[in-house]
Write a protein that binds this ligand. Structure first.
Ligand code: KG4
Ligand code: ZN
Length: 346
């Protein structure tokens, strides 16, 4: 089954064709970064307009690179949640219209299920495992029982980890997207140059696997800024290295708790921050774990992860109704809730 997957939840206009949830036949990602860079962050209005302008050429390019026509496509999938409303609507409406006009099956996909699936495109992974979903919008530690069954154990109580990277970078005027810039600058910095606290959320078992990044972000901004103003020889490289070290330690401390409590030793990462070199290196040191990362090109937003996970829904007979809508937020991403229904149907 060849599935054409569309992704437009944030600032990448993307389309891929994937066969049987595994073989990437084509994978086109048109990034809008240059258009948002001057504003130091994603401007939703610009993002929607660029998606509207690019969606047709991107889908055409994916077909061209696959050497296929629409007649060769068996089903269509598009991200419908969570994300920027205007951005989601472009890809979703395009996908639904295509499916409707061609009379082919359509399925709407949760973006985070796509991220969780990305590593499966290049690896054979058995369920259950611990999922580490780290992106611009989410920081989730989950017990993953199946392609549509994430039991969220922990999440952020404030900013997501990617958001913290982006905000620190924005404050110091380092560039956008922040994670990529900080990762690069940190390579030449000393992680011990500043000591930032790993937040403690240990009151009872309520927040056992939860993370918090807004305190770290504020500490980095104020503490480092104060030192810089006093004329200390502290470089951006050092600030980046120390911040990145603490951000990674924060999320991994909770992940390791989940490893201990569940006994699961396979950890699968996904999302833009899964591209972080320090996070990858820290996890790689844990030889007792089987840590699986998607290749770098599949960490950020792409259509292949959408088409890939869509195959499993479609194979099971799931279809989305033609009036399926976009949802900016997913209220079901709360600790303790099994998300079968939320992920499965619409
Ligand atoms: O998954 P993604 O492309 O979009 C969302 O679903 O949010 O993730 C984007 C996030 C941004 O916050 C970006 O700064 C971060 O991923 N990111 C990174 C790296 N590359 C991208 N964060 C840390 N290190 C990286 N190498
Ligand atoms: Zn994403």
């Amino acid at each position: 089954m060849k599935v054409l997957g569309i992704e437009s939840s944030c600032d990448e206009t993307a389309c891929a064709i994937v066969e049987d949830g595994k073989k990437i036949i084509s994978n086109v990602v048109a990034t809008q970064i240059p258009f948002h860079q001057i504003f130091k962050g994603v401007v939703p209005e610009i993002a929607s307009r660029k998606h509207a302008e690019w969606i047709l050429p991107v889908v055409r390019q994916a077909l061209k690179e696959a050497d296929m026509t629409l007649a060769d496509v068996d089903a269509i999938a598009a991200t419908n949640r969570p994300g920027l409303m205007g951005s989601l609507l472009v890809g979703l409406t395009f996908g639904k219209t295509l499916a409707w006009s061609l009379n082919k099956p359509f399925i709407a996909i949760n973006h985070m299920l796509g991220h969780m699936y990305a590593a499966h495109l290049e690896n054979d992974i058995e369920y259950p495992y611990l999922g580490l979903l780290v992106s611009g919008g989410h920081s989730i530690i989950a017990k993953v029982n199946g392609f549509d069954d994430l039991e969220v154990l922990g999440t952020t109580i404030d900013d997501s980890v990617g958001e913290a990277f982006d905000k620190v970078s924005k404050f110091y005027g380092l560039g956008y997207p922040g994670g990529v810039v900080i990762d690069r600058l940190a390579q030449n910095g000393d992680p011990k140059s500043f000591s930032f606290p790993v937040p403690k959320l240990d009151k009872g078992d309520d927040h056992r696997y939860d993370v918090s990044f807004s305190g770290l972000k504020t500490a980095v901004i104020h503490q480092a800024d104060m030192f810089l103003k006093k004329g200390y020889e502290k470089t951006n490289e050092n600030i980046c290295a120390a911040f990145q070290e603490t951000a990674c330690k924060t999320i991994l401390s909770r992940l390791f708790r989940a490893v201990e409590d569940t006994g699961l030793t396979t950890v699968v990462a996904g999302g833009g921050v899964a591209a972080n070199s320090r996070l990858r290196a820290m996890l790689a040191e844990h030889k007792e774990l089987n840590c699986i990362f998607p290749p770098l090109k599949l960490c950020g937003d792409n259509g292949a992860m959408i088409a890939g996970v869509a195959y499993h829904f479609l194979k099971r007979g799931d279809r989305s109704p033609i009036d399926v809508t976009a949802q900016a937020r997913i209220p079901q991403f709360k600790r303790g809730l099994a998300n079968l229904e939320a992920f499965g149907r619409r």
